[in-house]
Unconditional design. Structure first.
Length: 408
């Protein structure tokens, strides 16, 4: 079967999914290598969805800041966290981009023809060498990537971060200069609840009602009501809603590495990236920093080889993935302590304590690269969860075995 579009570029990438990870990968590979062309297939009619993606700038390697800059729409030098017992302003620059800025980054490549879009087209099947779309057509390429977003996987046990957000325009300036990443002074329901605020301008602000919950049941009406209660307390009553955003993100409690190794050993699979490949921060469910990291790795690899070496790159990505699962072991322990050892109504104490730690540790925590001494620092002191319960949830293997036996 011939590729759907014949072109003279030497390396052809085919990506299923024009969301964050698919577009980041395309943008990085196209901007770093003139020999690359990319075809992206998406079931929707518009690429990039309708999202705001935020992150600490320290989550991204400094060597990539210049490249990522056109994606970033807003930067704040500091942000706040608020708990009933304490509040803190952190000097950690916080950034956000969105679907429009992401589309603008890839636009020149669409115009030049190096990025081809196949929209309104559902991908039915994928292998390491081809993508089969809804009309039965096959699209072949040198490298095939699956970026179709999150899917449940029996090798990972999850908790959930649920959120419902509105962007409003207030009649009078809302008065917030810096984001509030966590306002946990609000009444607690359904696990750990907090409000997240991103002030985009003097009158425009994104407000999200967020829950770290055991279940993924979603009560939009209730969340909307609670956001409006928050708006009342802030005196932002005179406003109009200009956008709504909602989602449920996976929070990894435990991973069965043996099972993953077995699943990853299949060689006829496409290369899974983004949420599809489980490339996200285990504690926040955020995937932007990993999407940037992985795009850079793939692009560097293609630059090095510049020829079809699909097997080698997928084996490199698999190795990297196994490395991230091993690297993130401690984060999953924290999630088990938060979700299982802590009483649901007291989960906020865990976070309140965490935010008393040093800024550098907090930066390292969110970038996913913490030191052994950070782990000790996080665990020592007066435990916010009962010790016997903490010990019960300590072993990931035992936890996973108990979870598997519950299901059987
Ligand atoms: C509301 C919300 C806010 C978030 N905020 C942040 C944040 O601030 N910071 C952060 O780092 N992370 C955030 N995340 C988490 C994560 O970064 C996003 O979910 C991100 O969009 C995931 O990227 P992705 O490419 O894996 O999947 P997606 O961006 O979801 O893209 C998947 C794409 O695949 C397409 N697709 C799916 N199935 C098919 C098919 N069969 N055929 C063809 N196309 C298909 C979809 O249409 C979609 O375009 C947020 C998530 C949500 C839901």
């Amino acid at each position: 079967m011939e590729p759907i579009d014949k072109d003279t570029n030497k390396v052809k990438l085919v990506v299923a999914g024009a969301g964050l990870s698919g577009l980041m990968l395309a943008w990085k590979c196209l901007s770093s290598n003139s020999q690359v062309s990319v075809t992206i297939i998406d079931s929707k009619s518009v690429i990039g969805g309708d999202h705001t993606w935020s992150f600490n700038i320290s989550d991204v390697n400094p060597s990539l800041h210049k490249w990522l800059n056109p994606f970033i729409e807003h930067t704040w030098e500091k942000y706040d966290v608020k708990f009933n017992g304490s509040s803190r302003r952190l000097n950690i620059p916080y950034c956000s981009g969105n679907s429009n800025s992401l589309r603008a980054c890839v636009e020149p490549f669409i115009k030049s023809g190096r990025l081809k879009l196949i929209l309104d087209t559902k991908v039915i099947k994928m292998t390491s060498s081809e993508v089969i779309i809804c009309n039965g057509k096959k699209i072949t390429g040198d490298y095939i990537f699956d970026a179709r977003g999150f899917t449940f996987d029996k090798s990972i046990k999850l908790g959930f971060q649920k959120f419902y957000g509105i962007t409003i325009e207030t009649k009078k300036p809302h008065g917030l200069k810096y984001p509030i990443i966590m306002d946990a002074t609000v009444p607690q329901y359904d696990g750990y609840r907090f409000i997240y605020c991103l002030p985009f301008s003097q009158n425009k602000i994104l407000i999200e009602d967020t829950y770290y919950s055991d279940g993924n049941n979603f009560h939009e009406g209730e969340y909307n009501k609670r956001i409006n209660e928050y708006i009342e307390t802030k005196n932002w009553i005179e406003h109009k809603v200009i956008r709504v955003e909602k989602g449920i993100l996976p929070i990894a409690l435990s991973v069965d590495i043996k099972l993953i190794e077995k699943l990853e050993a299949k060689h006829n699979e496409p290369i899974k990236i983004g949420m599809r490949g489980n490339f996200y921060h285990p504690v926040t469910g955020y995937s932007l920093p990993e999407a940037v990291r992985l795009s850079d790795k793939v692009s560097a690899f293609i630059n090095e080889t510049n020829k079809n070496n699909s097997l080698e790159i997928s084996s490199k990505i698999r190795k990297y993935k196994l490395h991230t699962y091993k690297r993130d072991k401690f984060f999953r322990l924290l999630n088990r302590l938060l979700f299982r050892a802590a009483v649901s109504s007291k989960r906020h104490f865990v976070l309140e304590r965490f935010y008393t730690l040093s800024e550098n540790l907090i930066k390292r925590f969110y970038s996913g690269n913490i030191y052994k001494k950070d782990m000790l620092r996080i665990l020592i002191g007066k435990p916010p969860v009962p010790v016997h319960k903490a010990l019960y949830y300590f072993s990931e293997r035992a936890f996973m075995a108990r979870e598997h036996s519950k299901r059987d």
